[in-house]
Design a protein around this ligand. Structure first.
Ligand SMILES: C[S@@+](CC[C@H](N)C(=O)[O-])C[C@H]1O[C@@H](n2cnc3c(N)ncnc32)[C@H](O)[C@@H]1O
Length: 249
């Protein structure tokens, strides 16, 4: 028999799937509560164990059907720092992280911290509960990044291989510098061996007001991001990792 006869015929490629416009989109106008369940539906299988480590008021979960996931909520305001979680190594399927995204909310002195006056609601809901110690490490915008990166390192510890980390963030102009926080987070988390699996842009449905405008230098931000990362197992290269389903336990 010749060599050629031993080569099996190539299987015919069958195209599956069906045409539809009913897909999850990357850009949304609206609020966190409407978008978050769509992100979960696309990236986290039902029944997964998910720690929301900056649970806050639980807005993200308002429209997620109860019992669909095993949710473990925590927050600095209720005594758990997202940089020192009470979970075992490799224990969780997914982690949700939404810490304060503006450096003004992380200033060490309560007197100069953002979220005063008409922004008091911001301080209550986005910072670490008002007058206490600010939770960041470095100064100015670096404090924001330090918190994200330290929390992501801790998330990596508690996530199992291929586990999902959902990060909420917003870019900011701080000290007259444009800080593209979402880019900095993607770069920083790649260093921590997280693969950037998806990105969602959320656009505010209303126009933000400006209290005192002398001369506009940068575009006023009216959008934020949900970034979806996947934990790359130790020893594998982030640059070669491909999106994959969470393997069964
Ligand atoms: C933007 S809010 C989170 C809102 C939340 N995703 C929701 O749906 O309501 C930020 C939260 O981060 C919490 N926080 C700030 N620093 C923290 C830290 N080091 N560890 C854990 N939570 C922290 C604040 O207490 C606040 O509840």
């Amino acid at each position: 028999m010749s060599d050629a006869a031993e080569v099996p015929p190539r299987a015919r490629r069958v195209q599956g799937g069906s045409a539809t416009a009913d897909v999850v989109l990357s850009a949304h106008a609206g609020g966190n509560a409407a978008l978050f369940p769509q992100i979960l539906a696309l990236h986290v299988p039902p029944g997964s164990v998910i720690a929301d480590v900056t649970y806050g008021q639980g807005v993200f979960w308002q429209q997620v059907p109860k019992g669909l996931y095993h949710l473990l909520p925590s927050d600095l305001a209720t005594g758990t720092d997202c940089r020192a979680l009470p979970h075992a190594d490799d224990a969780l399927d997914a982690v949700v992280l939404d810490p304060p995204y503006m450096e003004g909310l992380l200033r060490p002195k309560a007197a100069t911290r953002g979220g005063l006056g008409t922004h008091a609601g911001l301080r209550t809901y986005y910072a670490a509960g008002g007058a206490g110690e600010a939770p960041g490490g470095g100064r100015w915008h670096q404090a924001v990044l330090d918190l994200y990166l330290a929390a992501a390192a801790e998330a990596r510890r508690v996530l199992r291989d291929h586990g999902i980390l959902i990060v909420k963030c917003q870019d900011e102009v701080s000290a007259n510098r444009q800080e593209l926080t979402h880019v900095q987070i993607v770069a920083g988390l790649a260093e921590l061996s997280f693969y950037a699996r998806d990105l969602f842009v959320l656009v505010r449905p209303n126009r933000p007001g400006v209290a005192r405008l002398l001369r506009q230098v940068h575009a006023r931000k009216n959008h934020s991001y949900f970034l979806v990362f996947q934990k790359v197992p130790a020893g594998q290269a982030v640059s070669r990792y491909r999106s994959r389903d969470l393997p069964p336990r």
